[in-house]
Design a binder for this molecule. Structure first.
Ligand code: ADP
Length: 270
C-alpha cells in the first residue's frame, strides 16, 4: 500500500510517494507552467513511475500547494503550511521554526512538537525576496540558477541592496555591474538582503531552534549560509527540502487512511 502527496506550487510541482512504513519510494519535480491540472497529473504519474508501482497501488492522495484544488484525482486537500510542517518535523523532529522559500512566496512557521502549526507569517503579496527574485538576479547576471549559491559564497565585500523588489532588481544589479562590482559581491549582497528579510519574518512568528529551511530556494547553498550567518545558528536542510510539502502530504495521506475518513475533495485544515 502506498500514499502520495502532490504539491502544486506556483513555480514547480512536486510529488512524493511513501510506503506503509513511511519510506520514500518515489518523487517527481517539474515546472508547473500554465496548465496546472496537467502539472498535477504529470507530477503524480512521474512519481508513480519513479516508485515502480501502478497508480492504483496508491491508496490515498493528498493535494497541497497553491494549486491543490487542481489535484482533481486527490482524495483531500491540505494547505502547504500544514504539509511543510508535517514533512519538516518528520525529517527533523526537533523543528520549532520553519522557513519555506518558494518561487513566489516566503513563509515562516512556528511548529509544535508533533509538527502542528502554532503560528504562521507570509511575505507581502509581491514576490520580493522569494525564488523569483533570485531567478531574476541570476538572469540579469547571466549565471545558471544552480551556480548562484556557490558564486555568492565567494563574495568578499557583498553589496548593500537598497530593496528586494523583483521589479527593480534588474536596474539595481546593472548599476552595480556598471560600477565594476564583482558578480560574487552582487550575488552575496542579494543573498544577504533576502536572509535578513527571512530572519525578520521568522522573528514575527517567534524564532526558536531548531530551524528547518525548506522550498526550492533551500537548494541554494549561498542562501543557506547567509541565513545561518544572520541567525547565528545552523539550519536543518535536506536533499528533500524542496519536496517537504509533498512528503508532508503523503504522511497525512497515510495517517488519514489509517485513522480518519476525510470526505473526498474536502479541505482539511490541520
Ligand atoms: P513553489 O513551491 O513555490 O512553486 P519551490 O519551492 O519549488 O516553488 O521553489 C522554486 C524556486 O526554487 C525557484 O524559483 C528557484 O529560485 C529555486 N531553486 C530551485 N532549484 C534551485 C537550485 N538548484 N539552485 C538554486 N535555487 C533553486
Amino acid at each position: 500500500m502506498f500514499y502520495a502527496g502532490v504539491d502544486v506550487g506556483s513555480t514547480t510541482t512536486k510529488a512524493a510517494i511513501i510506503d506503509v512504513n513511511r519510506a520514500l519510494v518515489g518523487t517527481s519535480l517539474l515546472t508547473t507552467g500554465a496548465d496546472v491540472t496537467l502539472a498535477a497529473q504529470r507530477g503524480f504519474d512521474e512519481a508513480v513511475t519513479a516508485a515502480r508501482i501502478e497508480a492504483h497501488d496508491v491508496n490515498m492522495i493528498i493535494g497541497t500547494g497553491y494549486g491543490r484544488y487542481k489535484v482533481t484525482f486527490g482524495h483531500a486537500q491540505i494547505t502547504e503550511i500544514s504539509c511543510h510542517a508535517k514533512g519538516a518535523s518528520f525529517l527533523f523532529p526537533n523543528t520549532r521554526t520553519l522557513l519555506d522559500i518558494g518561487g513566489q512566496d516566503t513563509k515562516a512557521i512556528r511548529v509544535g512538537e508533533g509538527g502542528e502549526v502554532l503560528e504562521f507569517a507570509m511575505n507581502d503579496k509581491c514576490a520580493a525576496g522569494t525564488g523569483r527574485f533570485l531567478d531574476a538576479s541570476a538572469q540579469v547576471l547571466e549565471i545558471p540558477l544552480d551556480e548562484l549559491g556557490p558564486t555568492g559564497l565567494r563574495a568578499r565585500a557583498p553589496i548593500k541592496l537598497s530593496n528586494v523588489c523583483t521589479v527593480f532588481v534588474e536596474s539595481e544589479i546593472l548599476s552595480h555591474t556598471a560600477r565594476g562590482r564583482p558578480v560574487e559581491d552582487i550575488v552575496g549582497g542579494v543573498h544577504r538582503a533576502i536572509a535578513s528579510r527571512s530572519v525578520a519574518l521568522m522573528r514575527r512568528v517567534g524564532l526558536e531552534e531548531e530551524v528547518t529551511f525548506t522550498g526550492g530556494v533551500s537548494k541554494n547553498i549561498g542562501m543557506q549560509r547567509a541565513i545561518e550567518e544572520a541567525l547565528g545558528t545552523t539550519l536543518n536542510v535536506s536533499e528533500l527540502s524542496q519536496h517537504m510539502g509533498a512528503i508532508g502530504g503523503a504522511l497525512f495521506a497515510l495517517e488519514r487512511s489509517e485513522g480518519d475518513h476525510a470526505p473526498r475533495g474536502a479541505e482539511v485544515s490541520a
